[in-house]
Design a binder for this molecule. Structure first.
Ligand SMILES: NC(=O)c1ccc[n+]([C@@H]2O[C@H](COP(=O)([O-])OP(=O)(O)OC[C@H]3O[C@@H](n4cnc5c(N)ncnc54)[C@H](OP(=O)(O)O)[C@@H]3O)[C@@H](O)[C@H]2O)c1
Length: 287
């Protein structure tokens, strides 16, 4: 049987990387949609779409991802990060569709000192994290075939992200200040895209459990060390200065520590995860 996969939010970082690798998966028929073609906040549109194209799997990459702006646009963030996933979950449940929903390390408060496991206590400290947490609760509500993947510090060749910002600054400035006291792991969206397809390939379609998994690249770093690695690959002489979070104005708080423990996803789906430095080098080669 050839499975039909709907990818929502397909013009974003992760959706675009799934598009890039989709040609390697001829056994699936992909339907890539973004806001213009399919607005996840419109239940009727989703219902019509999944029935018309006989969708078997939905990968929800659609999201409101502006962390600081979310503090001022709470209604919009809720609509996209909570109501949208709730719609997808309800319709998936009614149509026997597997829903793969993407969430974030920002559901945690960052007070751990060992990598976060899937069942560790969630306690978002900003509105974006809260809306993503409520989105998780929504998708767990309806559908018995649901996988949530929490990821962290996502970057890709597409859209705006930390890697592109540092690359740009490194080629225009003599020095930049970057926070050294927030610790986490970057995730190359291309590696997450491959992991999602691996899960689909290894999935039992009669699977009836709701599960949460963590995925990032391997290793641990700070934004400062990550920036140093980017500058090095950019071949720039730009100096990177380590600063504390308190020295950098930001509208919302971010977790100081959000390293994710990936043992569960690796064991369950036999996924081998590259180190973040290797992933970064591959991203530069792809550029
Ligand atoms: N970026 C990160 O650092 C990060 C870290 C951890 C977890 N995550 C999670 O990873 C997932 C993918 O993130 P990403 O960086 O790929 O996000 P992204 O680049 O912001 O892409 C999200 C896409 O969804 C679209 N969208 C917004 N509202 C929509 C709607 N109502 N219906 C359909 N599409 C809509 C956006 O369109 P517009 O651009 O026009 O709004 C955008 O194309 C998200 O769930 C995010 O929360 C991201």
């Amino acid at each position: 049987m050839k499975y039909n996969i709907l990818v929502t939010g397909a013009n974003g970082q992760l959706g675009s990387e799934i598009k890039v690798i989709s040609n390697d998966y001829a056994e699936y028929q992909f339907f890539f949609t973004d806001f213009e073609e399919l607005d996840i906040t419109k239940k009727n549109e989703i219902n019509k779409f999944v029935k018309t194209y006989k969708i078997n799997i939905i990968i929800n990459c659609a999201a409101y991802t502006a962390v600081d702006k979310a503090e001022d646009e709470k209604e919009k963030a809720n609509l996209i990060n909570v109501t949208g996933p709730d719609n997808l979950s309800e319709i998936s449940s009614q149509n026997n569709i597997v829903l793969i929903h993407i969430s974030t390390d920002y559901v945690f408060d960052g007070t751990n000192c060992t990598p976060y496991k899937e069942d560790d206590k969630t306690k978002p400290i900003g509105f974006y994290g809260l809306s993503k947490y409520n989105g998780e609760q929504s998708v767990l509500k309806h559908n018995s075939k649901t996988i949530i993947i929490r990821t962290s510090w996502l970057y890709s060749l597409f859209g705006n992200n930390f890697v592109k910002t540092i690359q740009r600054l490194a080629s225009t400035k003599n020095s930049i200040d970057v926070i050294f006291d927030q610790i986490g792991t970057p995730t190359y969206a291309n590696d997450l895209a491959k992991a999602i397809l691996s899960i689909i390939q290894n999935m039992d379609f009669e699977y009836k459990h709701k599960d949460i998994y963590h995925f990032s690249n391997e290793g641990v770093t700070s934004w400062y060390d990550f920036a140093c690695a980017i500058v090095e690959l950019t071949n720039s002489n730009c100096k990177v200065n380590p600063i504390e979070s308190s020295e950098f104005y930001s509208k919302t708080k971010r977790p100081f520590y959000s390293v994710l423990n990936k043992k569960k996803i690796k064991n369950k789906f036999n996924i081998v995860i590259p180190h973040w430095r290797d992933a970064l080098k591959r991203a530069f080669q792809a550029i």
